[in-house]
Each structure stands twice: as structure tokens, then as C-alpha cells.
Design a protein around this ligand. Structure first.
Ligand code: IPD
Ligand code: CA
Length: 268
């Protein structure tokens, strides 16, 4: 029994609805008319597909969970997250990749109770992958259980970061971290879809992901998926309270998470 609702959405229901949304996005991928691409700001794109995928998700999720609230990226007004059951939605994470025909984009949906994601799905339709998790039940890629890597030596670690151009201070701090840390790692990638980058940490493909300037919808689903895969998620300075609103994220296995924080405490 979920808080305020008769029934909590199941992982299977969420996978089914998010997969349908992913197929809708995929139908327009590499076939996008220029006039359907708009600017939210100089660096922040939105397309008519983002908006139609979000509308589909809200319709289907309302049918599945009447009474649930929505915190969705492309809403005109963003609600404050409360203890009430809430879906946190990024209809397309990696919109810039989507617009440029790069397949690393996804649909990300988390269902939160008492402000914490408890069921989550990230669907990457152009890559044919479905990541999911439920609190206490583990994380999955398709039907396969996934776990974070066991790499404990930074020199053997492949990391991923994001450098979002929309916030100059986040960009500057992110570049400084990158300059100091890159030579201590095997290598660093910048893939462009935070939700999916977190899933790659959960699957042990990346050992660390960090980014400044992220929003709750970029990280809510991926955060639960990493935690259920045995990883640790915080803000880049180790913030553990209200991580969804810390405006930064650090995800890794416990050893590399501690290592990264020991560097940030030295001013990285
Ligand atoms: C963005 C992507 C990108 C990250 C930005 C996000 P959007 O989300 O996750 O990788 O660098 O911080 O805003 O705009 O594509 O949904
Ligand atoms: Ca988005």
C-alpha cells in the first residue's frame, strides 16, 4: 500500500509505459523537422517530441496511478516535491544527442514516495536497453541483474562526466575537476545523457559519474538504479540530504566514491 494511493506502480507497469514512450521518441529519431526544435535557453534544447513523449507518459501514468503528482522537465511550472506519490520524469534525457542523431538518449521515469525514488525505469530506445530498479529488489538491465564495478584502483577506472553549458559556474568548476582528476583515471567520457550515464555506472561500464548543474529529473531514476546495483550516490561534495536537489551528482562504487570525495575535500 503506497502513501495516499491504493496501489504503488509496479516495476513491470513502469517498464511497459516507459518503453511505449521510448518507442514514440524513436519513431522521430533521425527524422526530426528543424521547426520542431526550440530553445529554452541558448544551450538548452527542447523538441516537440520531448513534449509529446511527456504528455503520453502523464496520460498513461495517471491511468495506472490516479492521484499521483508529476514533476516533469517540460512542464511550464515545476511543483515542489512533497511526501505525496510523485512521478519524476525526463521525457528525453540527452535531447542534444537526440537532435543530432546520436543514439545515447533515454526516457527516464522515477516513482517517488516521501521524496525518495522507489521504482525507476530508464529506457534507451535507440540502443535497445531497458534499465530498471525497485527499492530493495535490485537493479536490472532487461531481465539481467546488474551491479556496480568492483574497481578500486582509480588508474583502472573509466569515468564519465557532464559539462552542461547552461550554467557558467557549474561549467567552470566541472572543467577544473576534470583537469585535476583525468590523469589519475584510465580515461573520462562525456556522453550527454545523465540518466543513462548513471545506468552505465549501475551496469559496471563506468566506474564513476559526476556532474554539476543537474536537475531532479536528470538523476531521480538513475540514482535508484545505481543504489540498487550496490553503488553510492551523493552530491559532488558528498551531500546526502535531498540529493535530488543538490544540483550535482556523484555516483560510483563505495570505494571510488570515497576516493573522489577525498579529492573534492582537497579542493578539486
Ligand atoms: C541534460 C543531459 C546532459 C547533462 C545536462 C542535462 P536534457 O538533460 O542529461 O547530459 O549534461 O545537465 O540537463 O536537457 O537532455 O534532458
Ligand atoms: Ca530532457
Amino acid at each position: 500500500m503506497a502513501y495516499g494511493l491504493a496501489v504503488r506502480i509496479t516495476r513491470e507497469q513502469l517498464i511497459s509505459i516507459t518503453t511505449e514512450a521510448g518507442q514514440q521518441a524513436l519513431a522521430s529519431f533521425r527524422n526530426l523537422a528543424t521547426e520542431t526544435i526550440h530553445f529554452k535557453s541558448e544551450f538548452d534544447l527542447v523538441t516537440d517530441v520531448d513534449r509529446s513523449v511527456q504528455a503520453l507518459l502523464i496520460e498513461r501514468l495517471t491511468e495506472a496511478c490516479p492521484g499521483a503528482r508529476f514533476l516533469a522537465e517540460e512542464q511550464d511550472v515545476h511543483l515542489t516535491l512533497t511526501d505525496e506519490p510523485t512521478f519524476i520524469i525526463d521525457p528525453i534525457d540527452g535531447t542534444t544527442n537526440f537532435v543530432h542523431g546520436v543514439p545515447h538518449f533515454c526516457v527516464s521515469v522515477a516513482y517517488a514516495e516521501t521524496k525518495k525514488p522507489v521504482v525507476a525505469t530508464v529506457v534507451a530506445p535507440a540502443l535497445g536497453e531497458v534499465f530498471s530498479a525497485e527499492h530493495g529488489m535490485g537493479a536490472f538491465c532487461g531481465t539481467r541483474r546488474i551491479n556496480v564495478s568492483r574497481t578500486d584502483n582509480p588508474q583502472h577506472a573509466l569515468a564519465c562526466t557532464g559539462l552542461f553549458g547552461g550554467a557558467a559556474d557549474s561549467m567552470e568548476a566541472g572543467i577544473q575537476t576534470l583537469v585535476r582528476i583525468q590523469s589519475q583515471l584510465r580515461d573520462v567520457r562525456r556522453m550527454g545523457a545523465a540518466a543513462l550515464d548513471l545506468c552505465y555506472v549501475a551496469a559496471g561500464r563506468f566506474d564513476i559519474f559526476w556532474e554539476r548543474g543537474v536537475s531532479a529529473w536528470d538523476i531521480a531514476a538513475g540514482m535508484l538504479i545505481v543504489e540498487e546495483a550496490g553503488g553510492v550516490v551523493s552530491g559532488v561534495l558528498g551531500e546526502t540530504d535531498e540529493v535530488l536537489f543538490a544540483r550535482s551528482v556523484l555516483a560510483a562504487n563505495p570505494t571510488l566514491h570515497r576516493w573522489f570525495l577525498s579529492l573534492t575535500k582537497q579542493g578539486t
